[in-house]
Ligand binder design. Structure first.
Ligand code: NDP
Ligand code: MG
Length: 380
């Protein structure tokens, strides 16, 4: 890889997940050495990854998990705890980090990678939603290169290459619409139905977010910070085929789109090889067999999530962090069968209506996140 971080190794935060395993597949094909891998609960899977990818360090949450991993992989260096997670993100041997932890838990190691000036491929969008302004400012200060892994943002990033930001009319963020796009009554949909995504195979949290369109809401906030563009110039379009990953409309009416198969290895690889499009495992779409590419407005009445994102951005401060935290609590409650699907929207609406204060520093963001979790849980 003739990337700027050539010769240095890769750390994958959240290696055992959907993005993590795809990242290791891409890294192995590119011959990129692995420095750090982390997992939370899937220790057997992490052990198998250690045998295959030979990381310098593996990180797990606690001493018991560390002992288990050491027993499974004799000779493997194993560390545990949050400081160890930050350390594999910031180690001098590391050139690039892919953030593939789910949720706010990824905030601290994402910041550690940014502050160490790494190339940071961001899949874990929740930290950007919570603290986008802070993360982007730290990246500029510390010389970190933030590259989007989220397919829509990778698409927009590519559509902006070689163009001038001030000539952009709007970013067109595409959404599959999820499994309930054509389900008119959402009051009785089940956990099993929500976990069946029509086009993408992903971890459970983002799969529920895709069903509620909260994933797209989080992505509006993510785009706002990644591309430094006002929310009034970010528009969501439903595109059920998930072939056009997103678009950029320019002021002269010209629209750039990026297309590809729904396989996260494409944007993961580009985050690692940018500015090069090197050979990879994913073929281009076969246009002769694509029946149609269709686009429609999202139904904001059935799916109020997207409006929540714009409202949180309008309020500013810690409102997006609170929205994200409330969503994490609500999604878990839905997965645990404690609330119905539409209960997610009720929790979000209630928490968003409260005052969450400013987000001028990390302390305020973390405090707002924790407070919003309590407020969300109180009303379940
Ligand atoms: P998964 O649930 O499949 O994987 C999550 C990973 O994070 C696992 O390795 C898990 O460990 C680890 N993890 C979970 N919670 C914690 C925690 N509290 N502390 C430390 N590690 C933790 O998620 P995905 O791969 O689907 O998604 C990861 C991120 O990427 C999310 O933010 C998602 O929004 C984003 N994303 C995902 C896409 C996809 O296609 N999957 C597409 C675009 C963005 P373990 O499994 O061992 O418990
Ligand atoms: Mg996405």
């Amino acid at each position: 890889v003739s990337a700027p971080w050539q010769g240095r190794a890769l750390t994958v935060l959240g290696a055992t997940g959907s993005i993590g395993t795809s990242t290791l597949d891409v890294a192995a094909r590119l011959g990129i050495p692995v420095h750090g891998l982390s997992a939370r609960s899937r220790i057997d899977e992490l052990a198998a990854q250690c045998r295959e990818h030979r990381p310098a360090v593996a990180v797990v949450p606690d001493a018991a998990a560390a002992a288990r991993l050491r027993a499974l992989v004799p000779g493997q260096r194993v560390e545990h705890g949050p400081e160890a997670l930050d350390a594999i993100a910031a180690d001098p041997a590391v050139g690039a980090v892919i953030t593939a932890i789910v949720g706010a838990a990824g905030l601290a190691p994402t910041l550690a990678a940014v502050r160490a000036g790494k190339r940071v491929g961001i899949a874990n969008k929740e930290p950007l939603v919570m603290a986008g302004a802070l993360i982007m400012a730290e990246a500029a200060r510390c010389g970190a290169a933030i590259l989007p892994v989220d397919s829509e943002h990778s698409a927009i990033f590519q559509c902006l290459e070689g163009h001038r930001g001030h000539e952009v009319a709007e970013l067109l963020l595409t959404a599959s619409g999820g499994p309930f796009r054509t389900v008119m009554d959402l009051s009785a949909v089940t956990r099993e139905q929500a976990l069946k995504h029509p086009t993408w195979t992903m971890g459970p949290k983002i799969t529920i977010d895709s069903a509620s369109l909260m994933n797209k809401a989080l992505e509006v906030v993510e785009a706002r910070w990644l591309f430094g563009i006002g929310p009034e110039r970010i528009r969501v379009l439903v595109h059920p085929q998930s072939v056009v990953h997103s678009m950029v409309a320019y002021r002269d009416g010209s629209v750039m789109a990026q297309l590809g198969r729904p396989d996260m290895r494409t944007p993961i690889q580009y985050a690692l090889t940018f500015p090069e499009h090197t050979a990879g495992p994913v073929a281009a779409p076969d246009f002769a067999t694509l029946a149609a590419l269709t686009f429609e407005e999202p139904d904001r009445r059935r799916f109020p999530s997207i409006d929540f994102a714009y409202a949180a951005l309008r309020t500013g401060g810690a409102a997006p962090a609170a929205l994200n935290a409330a969503n994490e609590v609500a999604v878990q409650a839905f997965l645990d069968r404690r609330i119905p699907f539409t209960g997610i929207f009720r929790v979000l609406e209630r928490v968003l209506a409260l005052d969450h204060g400013p987000a001028d520093d990390l302390g305020q963001v973390v405090a707002a996140d924790q407070r919003a979790r309590i407020l969300a849980a109180e009303g379940l």
